[in-house]
Write a protein that binds this ligand. Structure first.
Ligand SMILES: [Fe+2]
Length: 173
């Protein structure tokens, strides 16, 4: 069963330029770097950049894009940092929730978005578009506008998340 995105790999034209953009303009945390690529963490998401001479020459005309989550309270500062880096804006926001749609140095269509699918569905119930059928509720992601975890209140942070929750039971020999 698919549990989510394991990693996102983007082909890039210039590793140095892209590395600086993802680190400085988007605030991704660099984890590894080599002459033909880099690994980052964006929140919990593993993002890879890989040099590819066959990469697109500029933005594609199609709508495919990748949207990264930012907290609503961080949206304006994040958007300002991306604009200040000189990123081109490829679309104005027309839907629920704050969004900035921008290009990376290679021309990949990216977005930062401040709400989640649960919020989109809630908004869509209030203002449905033509032909819309809502098939099920979406749980709040906990990463943007909703509660921190599914179904309720944030759990207190554990001191060491890798530690077992309970001491292992001793087995009788
Ligand atoms: Fe989007």
């Amino acid at each position: 069963m698919i549990q989510g995105i394991n990693h996102l790999t983007l082909a890039v034209r210039d590793v140095g330029e892209s590395f600086a953009f993802y680190r400085d303009a988007l605030g991704f945390r660099p984890v590894a770097k080599w002459p033909k690529g880099a690994y980052f963490l964006a929140g919990d998401l593993w993002v890879a950049l890989v040099l590819d001479p066959e990469v697109r020459a500029g933005a594609l005309p199609e709508y495919t894009h990748v949207a990264f989550t930012v907290a609503p309270e961080d949206f304006e500062a994040a958007a300002e940092r991306i604009r200040a880096a000189g990123a081109a804006v490829w679309q104005e926001n027309r839907s629920e929730g704050d969004s900035l749609y921008f290009l990376d140095p290679t021309g990949h269509k990216l977005e930062i978005h401040a709400t989640d699918l649960a919020e989109r569905i809630r908004s869509a119930r209030e203002n449905p578009w033509v032909g819309l059928e809502i098939l099920q509720d979406a749980p709040a992601s906990g990463r943007a506008s909703g509660p921190a975890r599914k179904g309720g209140h944030p759990k207190p942070a554990r001191k060491n998340p890798r530690a077992p929750r309970r001491p292992p039971k001793r087995r009788k020999k």
